[in-house]
Design a protein. Structure first.
Length: 199
């Protein structure tokens, strides 16, 4: 006679420390890419949080498109935090705010929507979720919060996703001129060619 165990024991799930949470969307934590390596003491937090050289290069390019003397905009970078509500905290590679509207600068996340949110690649662990599903979820959350445009630069596919609340979302080849706002445009392929960077 075969005995069937009444209970199958599952190994207890290890609690992930809060400092490894990159973002929270509707109460669901999203961890930094490589967080398991930190849990297993194979890498440090600092080692997994940095951008790749290509990401950093492209972010620097995009930031330099803006006039540093333009007092009508505030540009925040370096994974600036956005507090949407008690269950949602996001980060943005580049956040552009209208400087004519009050913005509090303190030690907390920004709690108002940027005009523009620019992202270069997905830098979180998506072990149980499709990358495009995450991009759509985060983008829609930002648009619902009041962000006027969300731009994703995807280095593997060499595509740019542009999303606004009223128009169809676009997927554009990164060799096209793409407007950020007010006639400020970027063309990733042209910039890389000008700088002699081959991928």
């Amino acid at each position: 006679m075969i005995q069937i165990p009444s209970k199958v024991r599952k190994s207890p799930k290890r609690k992930v420390p809060d400092y490894l949470i990159a973002e929270m969307i509707d109460g669901k934590p999203y961890y930094y890419k490589g967080y398991k390596q930190v849990l297993n003491k194979k890498q440090t937090l600092e080692e997994i949080m940095g951008s790749s050289s290509l990401q950093a290069f492209l972010l620097s390019y995009l930031i330099r498109l803006f006039d540093v003397n333009d007092d009508t905009l505030h540009i925040l970078a370096n994974e600036a935090g956005i507090h949407l509500d008690n269950n949602s905290n996001l980060s943005g590679d580049i956040l552009i705010f209208d400087a004519t509207k009050p913005l509090v600068f303190d030690t907390h996340y920004v709690n108002q929507p940027p005009l523009i949110n620019i992202e270069v690649d997905v830098n979180i662990d998506l072990e149980d979720e499709d990358e495009m599903n995450y991009i759509m979820r985060k983008t829609q959350k930002l648009l619902d919060f009041g962000t006027e445009k969300v731009i994703w630069v995807m280095t593997k596919s060499q595509k740019v996703i542009v999303a606004t609340p009223t128009d169809n979302w676009l997927i554009i080849s990164w060799d096209k001129d793409i407007e950020i706002l007010r006639g400020i445009t970027f063309n990733i392929a042209a910039y890389l060619k000008r700088k002699g960077v081959e991928l």
